[in-house]
Design a protein around this ligand. Structure first.
Ligand code: SF4
Length: 183
């Protein structure tokens, strides 16, 4: 695992926002939660996948959701914000326009493939030590949904704050799903 600092994550997002004429969300709590999500994903996968979407851990499947994702620019152009609300336009940043609710633009087949890949039971490798095996079991992500707005996310712990309605972590409940693979 490569340690990434919050400062590195923040600076990269700030620099990217500046390059493209965007702003980072003007809400310290929400911003902190999103940057923490990016940092965690980068440490986990070696690339900063979107903190609001399900990543599979397979780079080829996740390429479109490495932040900034392929969907950011059209979303900011159309709604004033990216899906997670990390990047916003000037109007939203200055509070002249309400934070919009941005619909998911990622194609459903990509979401399904990511879910399937992430849900596949992985066997610890024979060469893993007992501690590594235990750590592997402990970091299996879960599905969480926000009881306030219905937002769903796949990660080990519920988000610090809901990126959609800003509900606190306590508003998240785990969804238990049974996945069947048919071929
Ligand atoms: S939706 Fe926003 S935070 Fe998520 S990957 Fe895209 S640009 Fe990054």
């Amino acid at each position: 695992m490569t340690p990434i600092t919050m400062e590195q994550t923040r600076k990269r997002a700030e620099s990217d926002a500046k390059t493209f004429g965007y702003y980072l969300i003007n809400d310290p709590q929400l911003l902190q939660g999103l940057l923490e999500g990016l940092k965690t994903n980068e440490e986990r996968y070696s690339y900063p996948s979107c903190p609001c979407r399900l990543a599979s851990g397979n780079l080829d499947l996740d390429r479109d959701i490495i932040c900034p994702c392929d969907y950011r620019d059209p979303d900011v152009a159309q709604y004033g914000s990216c899906y997670c609300r990390l990047y916003v336009n000037k109007e939203v940043y200055e509070g002249k326009k309400e934070l919009p609710s941005v619909p998911e633009r990622r194609p459903i087949d990509k979401q399904a493939k990511a879910f399937q890949a992430a849900s596949m039971p992985k066997q610890p490798q024979a060469t893993q030590t007992k501690e590594e095996t235990e750590e592997f079991v402990q970091i299996m992500p879960k599905l969480w949904y926000c009881k306030q707005c219905g937002y769903v996310v796949y990660r080990e712990e519920p988000p610090y704050v809901c990126p959609i309605c800003k509900a606190k972590r306590e508003m998240f409940a785990e969804i238990k799903v049974k996945v069947e693979f048919t071929g």
